[in-house]
Design a protein around this ligand. Sequence first.
Ligand code: LLP
Length: 415
Amino acid sequence: PIPTLRPGPDGLQIEDVPLAAIAERFGTPIYVYSRQALEQAFDAYRHALAGRRALVCYAVKANSNLGVLAMFAKLGAGFDIVSGGELSRVLAAGGDPGKVVFSGVGKSGAEMREALAAGIRCFNVESEAELERLDMLAGELGTRAPIALRVNPDVDPKTHPYISTGLKNNKFGVAFDTALALYRRAAGMANVRISGIACHIGSQLLDSGPIAEAAEKVLGLVDELAAEGIHLDHIDLGGGLGIRYRDEAPPSVAAYLAPLLRLLDGRSEELCFEPGRSLIGNAGLLLTRVEYLKPGAERNFAIVDAAMNDLARPALYDAYHEAVAVAPRDVPECNYEIVGPICESGDFLAHDRPLAVAAGDLVALLSAGAYGMAMSSNYNTRPRAAEVIVDGPRTHLVRQRETVESLYALESPLP
Ligand code: LLP
């Protein structure tokens, strides 16, 4: 799944750096990202969209490390944010606020003010109440808020229920049938400027059928609006393209976009996307060390130093991440439950995986670049992992390992 991971004389290496050297120098658990893999993923979007008015807004939630954001900023990406915190990160990483779109159903007044002050590209508005608040706050600041309505096209993305967002019983977006009326209202508001339309139907999509269906609906609405004199400048079709974790066969970026680009041919609106996973998921892995092997009557456990606090996806979604020994031993493979030290049975990283390892060996959990570190926690007072970016022969530490003291630095006993 990771294009720049390959075997070398010292076991697996990412680009030119052996994973063993990274573990030696920075310790484990550690997230390792490949600059080349990230750039390749971004280039796939760039090529597929070449010659069009288009903006790729990286979904910051997938991985918000400043080093990662700075690389995307340098590549010319825009950003899809869902909080004031993510906006701060984008600005700190040198991102262009003029290329930021702000999604999310619960934007606070403070977050709206920050985004207005920064001069973001667009608010993807998800309800009438939000639109009213935004109009009021923009008025107070003497500015006009650029908006798109995020419409809910009510199509089934055929993905995990926790990450499908475009069905009408989801909390996301404005119900499709009410969007026209809400645009009319927005058109009459003094402090908003209608800029576009947005939709996002779900994540880890493995074919473009559902998004093409959504796009058709959205374009129908765009034309209805135009007939009323409401002209949109951009169409944002969200993120969602899936990646290969195991044996999935997601379309290439070009194949995913092809039916959408066909629908959009000859139109003048700028085309926006908000990909997260497909840009960073297979550019990263979680490197962990085996603490103990624990043979059992029915199952053998490989207890590693990473846990569900570091990578929550297996526990949360029963997600599959390939697990590979960094330097497999010359012993027969044995099937292991790969588990962490946390006191919960849900603390597993992988089930029933063949590994030829001994205690002390390194194991890499692949395809962990997206929604890995970003969803990590300090459960069990575990300092979060360090993060590095490999660039050819060089390794850059882009997040230090947390110290235990920092975890309770904001706390105090009663006086
Ligand atoms: N835009 C919006 C409005 C979103 O809600 C999301 C993801 C994206 C873009 C980016 O979607 P992507 O291209 O990454 O599929 N934690 C889950 C994934 C949650 C996705 C939430 N929204 C996981 O680990 O699978």
